[in-house]
Design a protein around this ligand. Structure first.
Ligand SMILES: [Zn+2]
Length: 440
């Protein structure tokens, strides 16, 4: 008997004419501001300090009159002072790990969760997925939004979902093969570990597995690393952007045309500001991404400063979707290392090392203090084919890598080349930076 699947996924929203989309954004933003203002003391205070009320939002251009919300504001609101609905309407709570301070707690109503699933499902659609697809979710499940976010996306579009979570990599790979997984969702570092482990197990996943796409996010990855994953697994790589404060993975997703990540603009309004002056930048310029949620009920956010560095791409995409794209992230202003007064993103280091075929993509940066100065040691693994016991070749590689890093970063880096499989592998987010500097 034919059974009608319950599918919330609505692709027509993604091709809405832009003037209609802007009208929808304004209408939703007005409702969201009223809802936030009426129910959250923090917004009553900060709106009053800025001399505005929700009635001052008459056009999208008026948004710049409203105050920002920072990560610190969210921490200060611990545990639930930013919630705009009573407890009976909160369906789920997620929280950030809080490794760098107080955890930030985010509530979701049943409607918020449905919208989240729909946003992630758009990415599944972008890689050609459908109700016929099998989605393996190898993001961690729990307070971290990766696992349950991808899971909701799979259910929203009607996929068969396999909630393997992260870990137990060999069993994951066996299931991936035996259950004919089409789409894998996990962190980029874990996708690479899965690919390498499958190859070690004697498989060629690119030809022997059914897998056709990976949906990866939650940590930065260089283009070379993305290409390596796509090649080893024989898949389309889809970059997913999201953050737990705003929702989770699915705020923006990458289509097959590449060249950036489509924002779910019916759900989120994005601005780019100069993080120093807090003024909006010129169209197309790089800066800090600021997000206003348009439909979220439990924790509506007004002008949340993400600390993520990107730009908005105004040009229409060849895929036909009308929602604009953000460029691939340059990093998080939080991840930015200040080494001897120079701003360095770990992604810049990764970009350089992936240009060396003699070196594997695994790396670790160890920061220490030597005398008055910061000392940077970069540990990288050579590939198995490299003759690591030939001192002359090793020194020559070190010198070339050191020169390349120096010219890209303007900082001297001490390089330690280690044998394959020396650096600890990660089943979740990779630990790339070990900061042992005094006073850090
Ligand atoms: Zn597109």
């Amino acid at each position: 008997m034919e059974r009608e699947a319950i599918v919330y996924f609505q692709p027509e929203i993604e091709t809405m004419p832009r003037d209609e989309l802007r009208d929808l954004q304004l209408e939703r933003m007005k409702n969201s501001f009223r809802h936030a203002f009426e129910n959250v003391e923090h917004y009553q205070q900060t709106f009053a300090e800025a001399g505005v009320t929700p009635d001052d939002l008459e056009s999208l251009d008026d948004l710049s009159k409203f105050p920002f919300l920072t990560k610190q504001d969210m921490r200060d609101a611990y545990p639930t002072n930013l919630f705009a609905v009573p407890n009976k309407d909160v369906a789920r709570i997620h929280a950030s790990s809080g490794t760098t301070g107080q955890a930030t707690v985010v509530g979701h109503t049943a409607e918020d969760l449905k919208n989240w699933g729909d946003c992630f499902a758009r990415g599944i659609g972008m890689v050609g997925g459908s109700a016929d697809s099998t989605l393996q979710v190898s993001y961690g499940y729990g307070l971290f939004t990766g696992g349950l976010g991808a899971h909701a996306g799979g259910e929203s579009i009607g996929c068969t979902v396999i909630p393997t979570s992260s870990g137990n990599t060999k069993r994951q790979i066996q299931m991936m093969k035996d259950l004919k997984t089409d789409i894998l969702a996990c962190t980029p570092s874990y996708a690479l570990l899965i690919a390498d482990t499958a190859i070690e197990m004697g498989y060629d996943p690119a030809t022997e597995f059914q897998i056709s796409a990976v949906i990866c996010g939650a940590e930065p990855a260089s283009q070379n690393m993305k290409d390596e994953i796509a090649e080893k697994l024989g898949v389309q790589y889809c970059d997913v952007y999201g953050l737990s404060e705003v929702m989770g993975p699915g705020v923006a997703m990458e289509c097959a045309e590449k060249g950036g990540i489509h924002i779910a603009e019916d759900q989120f309004y994005c601005e780019i500001i100069n993080p120093e002056t807090l003024e909006p930048v010129e169209v197309g310029e790089w800066g800090e991404l600021v997000i206003t949620t348009l439909t979220r009920q439990a924790t509506p956010l007004v002008r949340y400063r993400t600390r993520d560095v990107t730009r908005i791409i105004e040009e229409p995409c060849a895929c036909g979707r009308t929602h604009r794209k953000i460029d691939y992230l340059r990093g998080r202003t939080d991840d930015m290392l200040i080494i001897r007064g120079v701003n360095v993103f770990p992604s810049q280091i990764e970009q350089v090392i992936t240009e060396f075929p003699e070196i594997a993509t695994q790396y670790q940066i160890v920061l220490t203090t030597k005398g008055p100065l910061d000392h940077v040691e970069l540990q990288v693994e050579t590939v198995p084919e490299f003759p690591i016991d030939e001192i002359r070749k090793l020194e020559e590689l070190k010198a070339r890598l050191g020169a390349e890093l120096k010219s890209n970063l303007q900082v001297s880096v001490d390089i330690k080349l280690v044998e394959p499989k020396t650096i600890e592998r990660s089943e979740g987010k990779a630990k790339r930076i070990i900061d042992l500097r005094e006073g850090k």
